[in-house]
Design a protein around this ligand. Sequence first.
Ligand SMILES: Nc1ncnc2c1ncn2[C@@H]1O[C@H](COP(=O)(O)OP(=O)(O)OP(=O)(O)O)[C@@H](O)[C@H]1O
Length: 250
Amino acid sequence: MIKVKSVCKQFSGTPVLKDLNFSIADGQITALLGANGTGKTTCLRIITGLLKADSGHAYIGGLEVSKYPKEVRRKLGVVGDREGLYERLTVAEYLSFFASAQGLAGDNLEYALQSVREELELSKLWNRRTKGFSQGERMKVSLARALVHRPSHLILDEPTRGLDVLAARLLRRTLLRLRAEGTAILFSSHIMAEVVELSDTVLIMANGTIVDSGTPDELNTRSGSNNLEDSFVKLAYGQQVGKSQQGEVA
Ligand SMILES: Nc1ncnc2c1ncn2[C@@H]1O[C@H](COP(=O)(O)OP(=O)(O)OP(=O)(O)O)[C@@H](O)[C@H]1O
């Protein structure tokens, strides 16, 4: 389970997250939606332990992230907003480094590397240094790094950005397989078709908090819309968007 409890965060006196609360069950995919600058990345960075909340707590598999960083890292795969590849290493070396840091060794390490190489179709990139990789190639390697130690929880910040059609499809297929294996998955996205295809639950964020949540169908019913984009605009932007812009997508 991924849980966020009463999390608040401000930057230079400006509140970004204001008493954020939600939880995600194992074997579920949850999408986090919100306008640009709402605080999605900030929220994901707090859950992954990269950023400290001013107050409140995040939990991964029942462990408080700030208290058990090492244990949480073992349970967690992260595709962040910055790829952070080591450009002098080949993909194989880079993934081997991360998998070893997660405690894999010997046959287990070899098996983990081969599995991720096959699943994410990385053969052609495997022995290349990551320097000069395209954005899509970098994203694929980041995803492989997130998955190589078979984490039970996965956090992805806009994971399909830069991916071509086939790579995005491969990613979606991988996420659905991981869900079937019981992985708890939280991802942010601005692509509504992807959110509808993947998500069991959608969290809509606005003004630093979750303003609504539910299945895409539940949100559509509650907002009186017949598609998630319209529901999102109504629920997330509310009064802030003029009637003409709401009408554009109505
Ligand atoms: N380190 C920081 N210092 C100061 N302000 C920050 C910092 N990180 C984020 N912010 C601000 O906090 C707000 C939320 O940013 P965040 O990146 O979490 O939004 P987001 O919902 O992920 O946006 P997008 O959809 O554009 O990726 C923004 O106004 C951003 O400028």
